[in-house]
Ligand binder design. Structure first.
Ligand code: ADQ
Length: 459
């Protein structure tokens, strides 16, 4: 049997960072979901990863990070502002997340989006052989599939959207909606996190881009485009292994001890307005005020990774969260019993898992989320079968994790009741629910996700 062609991945960010200086400089693989998903495939068939290193100015030299050949795309300072902070994170990100904050539409951001997408497409076309397989990722690069097809018509091109695809009512706002759709429709296979996103896409592709066909297969320019829902997942076995390691167990026992044996309610998120951190804090605050919970019994830990701090809206979310933490602690903390611990930093995977192991209740309450990997990571780490996951209905993960306590995070009264239910849940019920949740995540891990997508693409 012929081995499949090497894979070219195109994603906004690279899977590695450049460390060291001069002749000693090399690429070091960064930890991250997408890299661990795709690395095994690249080990089998070889692969090139095209992405941006996060800086402005000339791109660092290409090189290798393990099995992956890394090729960086350069962005100028102006492009970082207009393409990345602007069009990607101030227009598309809020628009695709239910317009939680108002998306801004600036004509001056559109041309840089086209120019940067062209640069990624050119690099992908150069890296790919004839009849090569190219996998493009996410909302930053929606024009790339068509741009590659124009350069390399014989390629197999896949696209996966990590965030939700919005309904027609919101997508229609976008002045460049037809161009974006035609860009995406250059792919052979387009994958979404949920069936709902796939359906939203099909509807607008017919309405604004002249595509025809069914929910699973569209036709445009006499080509067919497969549309599918393929929910992303996590490297389950890796998380199980970290959770079982003695040093992580020790760290988790230490955390529990430092919290004076109180029940730990945990939040872990990028500091992003989509993640619903203020509503979660408001619910906890009111529960303390109503005396439904007390700091003798419970403590909340919110771990937030700094994110997109030069984009408007993020600074405001940060101030809001920090103000609320201050108010709750001012009102309720006691010596040795802080009500809310708040860490604004990134943790190592080991530290994060230690917190998952220590957490009696995991609060995942985004207002809208493509999938949410934190929910799946928590479940996979709970190898003793206890723990309760409170999960927003508006996370893609809610489609699979049906035995979590599902909640509408904007309904603060129900959110409060659900948190109390989670804190008081009998161990027997915790185990019954957790067993089902764990089997969901184990059955479909991130390797199944990437293999599944590429199988369809290779067909
Ligand atoms: P994100 O919005 O970044 O991803 P999520 O899926 O929750 O959201 O992934 C966050 C990742 O960062 C997790 O793997 C988590 O462990 C890690 N993380 C969070 N806080 C951390 C901290 N303080 N320190 C270290 N690590 C931390 C986008 C979409 C999601 C979709 C993913 C994957 O918005 O909906 O699930 O892509 O497709």
């Amino acid at each position: 049997m012929k081995s499949p062609p090497r894979l070219v991945v195109v994603a906004n960010r690279l899977p590695a960072s450049r460390v060291g200086e001069g002749a000693g400089a090399r690429w070091e693989r960064s930890p991250g979901g997408l890299v661990s998903a795709v690395a095994p495939v690249m080990e089998e068939r070889g692969g090139v990863w095209i992405g941006w290193d996060g800086g402005a100015g000339p791109a660092p030299r290409p090189g290798r990070a393990g099995p992956i050949e890394v090729r960086a795309v350069a962005l100028s300072r102006g492009e970082v502002d207009r393409y990345y902070h602007g069009f990607c994170n101030t227009t598309l990100w809020p628009l695709y997340h239910d317009a939680i904050v108002n998306p801004e539409f600036h004509r001056a951001w559109w041309d840089p989006y086209i120019a940067v997408n062209q640069r990624f497409a050119a690099a992908a076309a150069r890296a790919s052989r004839r009849k090569g397989v190219i996998w493009v990722h996410d909302y930053q690069l929606q024009l790339v599939p068509r741009m590659i097809r124009e350069r390399k018509p014989s390629s197999r091109i896949g696209f996966f959207l990590h965030i939700p695809f919005p309904p027609d009512e919101l997508f229609a706002w976008l002045p460049w909606r037809s161009a974006i759709l035609r860009g995406l429709l250059g792919a052979d296979v387009i994958g979404f996190q949920t069936q709902a996103s796939a359906e939203n896409f099909v509807r607008v592709a017919k309405r604004y881009a002249g595509a025809e066909g069914t929910e699973r297969e569209l036709t445009i320019d006499r080509r067919s485009v497969r549309v599918m829902a393929c929910p992303i997942s996590i490297p389950s076995a890796e998380f199980e292994k970290i959770a079982a390691s003695p040093s992580v167990r020790r760290k988790s026992a230490e955390i529990k001890q430092q919290l004076a044996g109180r029940k730990l309610l945990l939040g872990v998120d990028r500091l992003d307005y989509t993640k619903g951190i203020p509503l979660r804090l408001a619910a906890f605050h009111e529960l303390l005020q109503d005396r439904k919970l007390s700091v003798n019994e419970c403590v909340m830990v919110q771990i937030a990774v700094p994110s997109r701090e030069s984009v408007p809206g993020y600074e405001e979310t940060r101030r809001e969260v920090e103000g609320m933490v201050g108010r709750i602690n001012g009102e309720f903390s006691m010596p040795g019993k802080v009500a809310v611990h708040y860490f604004r930093r990134s943790l190592s995977r080991e530290e994060l898992v230690a917190y998952y192991l220590a957490a009696d209740v995991m609060l995942v309450t985004p207002l809208r989320d493509g999938m949410n990997l934190v929910a799946k990571e928590y479940v996979m780490c709970r190898d003793d079968g206890t723990g309760v996951l409170v999960l927003s209905e508006f996370a893609g993960a809610a489609r699979e994790l049906r035995r979590a306590l599902l909640v509408n995070p904007r309904d603060v009264e129900t959110l409060k009741k659900t948190i109390v239910q989670a804190v008081r849940m009998p161990e027997e019920e915790q185990r019954m629910r957790m067993a089902m949740l764990r089997s969901n995540v184990r059955r479909h891990d991130v390797h199944d996700w990437s293999r599944g997508f590429l199988e369809v693409l290779d067909e």
